[in-house]
Design a protein around this ligand. Structure first.
Ligand code: IMP
Ligand code: MG
Length: 183
């Protein structure tokens, strides 16, 4: 779906599908240069990062491997609980691997800083973060994000993998959810 299909549920479109695609192409070029001659392991964080992973990975012209981690720090609400729980662990061993974590959004930063600490202890050769979105005003902890798509205002957004109560993930654009939907 596009924002126009559900305009009553949204206030502002922040990033369009076209802008996302152009940005992912640009990030992919940088990643290819930085990892020339190395085989990259992309680790997607379920479920929000599914769209970013699918589109970003296909911009890469060389071989990569993919794995997935499922963690939860959110219930059905719109605020981070700060409590991270592993729901599905990685299938592969990180030892000696060049790992790029692929995330939808850095909000408080709590999930990623927890993941980074967790992954560091598993012996990866290198570890970096790619995130499509970041809310600088919401940061509770600093996260080093080498590959960033867009900084956005501190509002609850949906689309391009991001949900509210499991809906809106299939919205092609990223938009601010109208408060009447969750209040
Ligand atoms: P954190 O607050 O940085 O730990 O964010 C944890 C996770 O919450 C992100 O990976 C997203 O999946 C989700 N999240 C954070 N902000 C939003 C939002 O505005 N809309 C939808 N999901 C969000
Ligand atoms: Mg996420």
């Amino acid at each position: 779906m596009r924002a126009a299909d559900i305009s009553d549920d949204l206030t502002t479109v922040l990033v369009t599908e076209e802008q996302i695609n152009a940005k992912l192409a640009e990030l992919a070029e940088r990643v290819e240069t930085d990892y020339a001659g190395k085989e990259l392991l992309l680790v997607g964080v379920l479920k929000g990062a599914v769209m970013v992973m699918a589109d970003f990975a296909r911009h890469l012209t060389g071989h990569i491997q993919m794995d997935w981690m499922a963690v939860s720090s959110y219930g059905a609400g719109t605020k981070s609980s700060g409590v991270v729980q592993i729901r599905k662990d990685l299938d592969v061993d990180l030892h000696g691997r060049h790992v790029l974590i692929v995330e939808d959004i850095i909000d408080s930063g709590l999930t990623l800083s927890w993941l980074l600490e967790n992954f560091k202890s598993r012996g990866a050769e290198s570890l970096e973060v790619l995130a499509l979105l970041r809310k600088p005003e919401a940061a509770k902890v600093h996260v080093d994000c080498k590959y960033l798509g867009f900084d956005i205002p501190n509002e609850f957004v949906v689309g391009y993998g991001l949900d509210y109560a499991e809906r809106y993930r299939n919205l092609r654009d990223v938009a601010v959810l109208a408060p009447h939907v969750y209040s």
